[in-house]
Design a protein around this ligand. Structure first.
Ligand code: UDP
Length: 371
């Protein structure tokens, strides 16, 4: 065999595994069907701005090992995500915190806010059974109606009653004046963009771009002992048990000849009528400055439109409702029967992973496999 490992997909999971294998002197080949490395964390430089081509990626973690690991490959800046919600022109702070409660109800103390939420939560009896009940139980009906319902229905194309409760638990609720979106000890954006970070991880590793593995698997299977597959698991099995549902995202990018469009990296449009879910203004991930600390004169914005994934689109988010979870369990059982293929990443394991979890999973798989 020519290679010890064939890694299908050069996104974060694939790149971390490949790096770990290479570090242990394994022979590794990485394939990607796209014309670039990095999967969905890929960034592209436009007018000095690192544009997150497949949506905003903000690295955050509580896991010191993961943080130290990624810092081996890039310097991370001190970016803290504080998205703003725009509901029909009313501006609210995210995540849900004292600034949000003050704007919504005029309350100024944690006690007043807690009392307001306790009162509104009364409509939910027992354990929340879906996203709507979970949201109301966490922050009450007013916030659900203005900041959650419309955004969630646009994002997922499903009623909040038909979505799993865990999705909304991604967002912290705080009785402090703290606009930091993430409950994370460590947070930041890699200087120079994610593409550079992935490039650094893949140093010294053979990478072939524009190669779609599945149609060519007979050719490639025979050159490696083991395969790390990070593409969609249902596609791997030729959709033989059925098609898993994903959400896709379309980005409308604009380069504007002004220095400041919206004054923040992310503005969420939480009403139902605005067709996009959010607008990202990429320069603010790096404080609007170039590497020398000079203000950048132009700006790039991306409007995000969420849609149901169809064959041929890029899958972004797994829809982890009951129906799809059941189907995934069947594919997983099939996957476990194949001992020379390891499935990983958001698509390979049909999981709504953040980047830090993806890195942790890849490190764990590498450790189990290589040590
Ligand atoms: N969400 C919301 N309003 C917001 C932001 C998020 O209702 O302004 C909900 C929505 O259901 C979303 C979920 O919280 O899908 C998770 O949001 P997150 O920002 O973690 O999503 P991601 O950045 O992964 O798209």
């Amino acid at each position: 065999m020519q290679y010890d490992y064939l890694v299908v997909g050069s996104g974060l999971f694939g790149a971390v595994f490949a790096q770990q294998a290479r570090e242990r002197e394994k022979r590794v080949l990485v394939l990607d069907r796209r014309s670039h490395i990095g999967g969905n964390v890929y960034t592209e430089r436009v007018e000095g701005i690192n544009v997150h081509k497949y949506g905003a990626h903000i690295f955050h973690t509580n896991d010191k090992t993961v943080w130290e690991y990624v810092n081996r490959f890039a310097d991370f800046n001190r970016f803290t995500n504080s998205p703003v919600a725009n509901y029909k022109g009313e501006i609210y702070s995210l995540p849900f915190n004292m600034y949000t409660f003050n704007k919504m109800w005029g309350v100024t103390t944690p006690q007043e806010a807690a009392a307001k939420i306790a009162q509104q939560r009364q409509e939910i009896q027992g354990e929340p059974r879906n996203l709507e009940e979970q949201a109301i139980s966490l922050v009450g009906r007013d916030i659900f109606e203005k900041l959650i319902k419309g955004y969630t229905e646009k994002q997922w194309g499903r009623d909040c009653k038909d979505l799993p409760a865990f999705i909304i638990k991604r967002l912290p609720v705080r009785y402090t004046y703290d606009n930091n979106y993430f409950d994370a000890l460590y947070q930041g954006i890699p200087a120079g963009g994610y593409t550079k970070l992935i490039e650094k991880m893949l140093t010294g590793i053979e990478v072939r771009l524009g190669v779609d593995y599945l149609p060519k698997q007979d050719e490639y299977k025979s050159i490696a002992n083991k395969i790390i597959y990070t593409g969609p698991i249902d596609e791997f099995f030729g959709y033989s048990l059925g098609t898993l549902e994903y959400r896709s995202v379309r980005f409308e990018n604009e380069l504007l000849d002004i220095p400041n469009y919206q004054g923040n990296a992310a503005v969420n449009y939480t009403d139902r009528e605005t067709p996009w879910t959010r607008i990202i203004e990429h320069k603010w991930f790096e404080f609007g400055k170039d590497e020398q600390g000079k203000d950048l004169p132009k700006t790039v914005i991306s409007r995000e439109y969420s849609s149901e994934w169809q064959k041929g689109d890029e899958p972004y988010y797994p829809v982890n409702d009951a129906k799809n979870s059941e189907l995934y369990a069947k594919y997983k059982a099939e996957a476990e029967k194949i001992d020379n293929v390891i499935f990983g990443g958001r698509l390979g394991t049909y999981s709504y992973y953040d980047m830090d979890v993806t890195v942790a999973k890849a490190l764990a798989v590498a450790k189990a496999e290589l040590e």
